[in-house]
Design a protein around this ligand. Structure first.
Ligand code: PHE
Ligand code: NA
Length: 433
């Protein structure tokens, strides 16, 4: 349940629809789905296995499982840093969501155009609103971390994950009744390969890792407390299944509303903040209620993921440096909070000029580098670690009963298919392909 809470986050409802929109839909979605099934699923099993066998924070788990080469492999555990980097922009976006919970109580934009103006005004000019809610996000997340995972977040998770799903499915059902639903389906599933360049390809693969919370130790850290004899394959399957379903449902719903209420799909990071409020407006007064509910659920989806993004490093400082939980949580929190302010400023007119490097501002760079480079690299390290470093019979004794005849296929994919695929991604990232 906690792993599902980690996976299902802003990646599904905020990020997936807008990057699918930016890269033209179908072909992009197809690359993402194939990556999720062929690579994501097998790495999910591998990452769970490392945590399950290692029983500790990421660094210690790597060391425990490779006692002879621990001075090298312990660096595998430092992927937890990627989580802190992701939090730099994740917290800012949660701040936007908080702001939208509050404003949706009394205001919804009448048209998509108005919604766009409202969002862009916040994004590009309103430092104080963003800073205020970014601060609340930081305080909230840090507070939850100081209380530990069991001390509340799991219960919150159990209530809000089903709520989120009911809201999404309800809105999705409504979307299927609109004329534009067919267009949304076409957009999402009809591949248009002309829109795919190497950047789109890398983004799709990177997103597969991001959305499944793979490659940075969140799944690993959670798996360290899984009960003995848990079925890893079954757990991995459900997390992948839930995460993918929610992304597809959210995407179809959003694109339906977008077409229905007269906007294109390429709206960038503001997509969910622009199309949805305008669609809610069409529903009348009940729309305010739905909007508040939706953003509330989105905030909690983001919160459960946030905790999992920071927890690996918190756990690391507790286990290795005997820091108290409070000290570790506050230190990690301050790290993403302060750098998050720079990310926030890099969207603001007058600051963004100085904070733009090449074709991206700081905010987009952090997003791109973490999702497209750090997570796939972390996933590759985990695949190689399980495929070549841990003795095969130890892996087999746990997973053969769960995977059956598919064990060899999984093992092969981990050893050869994943590394080759990652190699291609790296080449394309460097512009060689
Ligand atoms: N999977 C989360 C999302 O989709 C983000 C995340 C990435 C969480 C990596 C933990 C680790 O929003
Ligand atoms: Na996700």
């Amino acid at each position: 349940m906690a792993a599902a809470g980690s996976a299902v986050g802003l990646g599904n409802i905020w990020k997936f629809p807008y990057i699918a929109g930016e890269y033209g839909g179908g072909a992009f979605v197809l690359i993402y789905l194939v990556t999720v099934l062929l690579i994501g699923f097998s790495i999910m099993i591998a990452e769970m296995l490392i945590g399950y066998m290692g029983r500790k924070d990421g660094v210690t788990s790597f060391e425990n499982l490779a006692p002879k080469h621990k001075h090298i492999w312990k660096y595998g555990g430092f992927q937890g840093l990627a989580g802190l980097f992701i939090m730099i922009f994740y917290s800012v976006v949660i701040g936007w969501i908080f702001h939208y919970i509050v404003t949706s109580l009394s205001y919804l934009p009448a048209t998509v155009k108005e919604a766009e103006t409202t969002f862009n005004a916040m994004l590009h000019t309103d430092i104080w609103t963003q800073l205020f809610y970014h601060t609340i996000a930081f305080i909230w997340i840090t507070h939850v971390l100081t209380r530990g995972i069991k001390g509340g977040i799991e219960k919150v998770n159990m209530v809000l994950m089903p709520t989120l799903m009911i809201i999404l499915l309800g809105m999705f059902a409504y979307a299927t009744t609109l004329d534009s639903f067919g267009r949304a389906v076409n957009f999402m599933f009809e591949p248009d390969w002309s829109k795919i360049d190497s950047e789109a390809f890398v983004t799709a693969v990177g997103h597969a890792f991001f959305t499944l919370s793979l490659g940075m130790g969140a799944i690993m850290t959670y798996s360290a407390s899984m009960e003995k004899n848990s079925n890893l394959v079954q757990n991995a399957f459900w997390v992948v299944f839930l995460d993918t379903t929610i992304a597809i449902v959210a995407g179809l719903m959003l694109f339906t509303f977008l077409y229905q209420y007269g906007a294109g799909p390429a709206k960038g990071p503001g997509l969910v903040f622009i199309s949805l409020p305008a669609a809610f407006y069409e529903m009348g007064i009940i729309g305010n209620f739905f909007a508040v509910l939706f953003f509330l659920a989105l905030a909690f989806a983001g919160l459960t993921s946030s905790v999992s993004l920071v927890e690996p490093m918190v756990q690391y400082f507790i286990d290795r440096f005997s820091w108290s939980r409070v000290k570790a949580s506050v230190a990690m929190g301050l790290f993403f909070y302060l750098i998050g302010i720079i990310a926030l400023l890099s969207n603001i007119d007058g600051y963004k000029e100085a904070l733009t490097f090449g074709d991206k501002n700081f905010f987009d760079w952090v997003d791109h580098v973490t999702a497209a480079i750090m997570l796939p690299l972390g996933g590759l390290i985990m695949a190689l670690f399980v495929g070549f470093v841990i003795e095969k019979q130890r892996v087999e004794s746990i997973l053969r009963p769960q995977l059956g005849f598919a064990f060899e296929a999984w093992y092969f994919s981990l050893r050869y298919i994943t590394p080759v695929a990652m190699f291609i991604v790296m080449l394309s990232l460097m512009g060689v392909l």
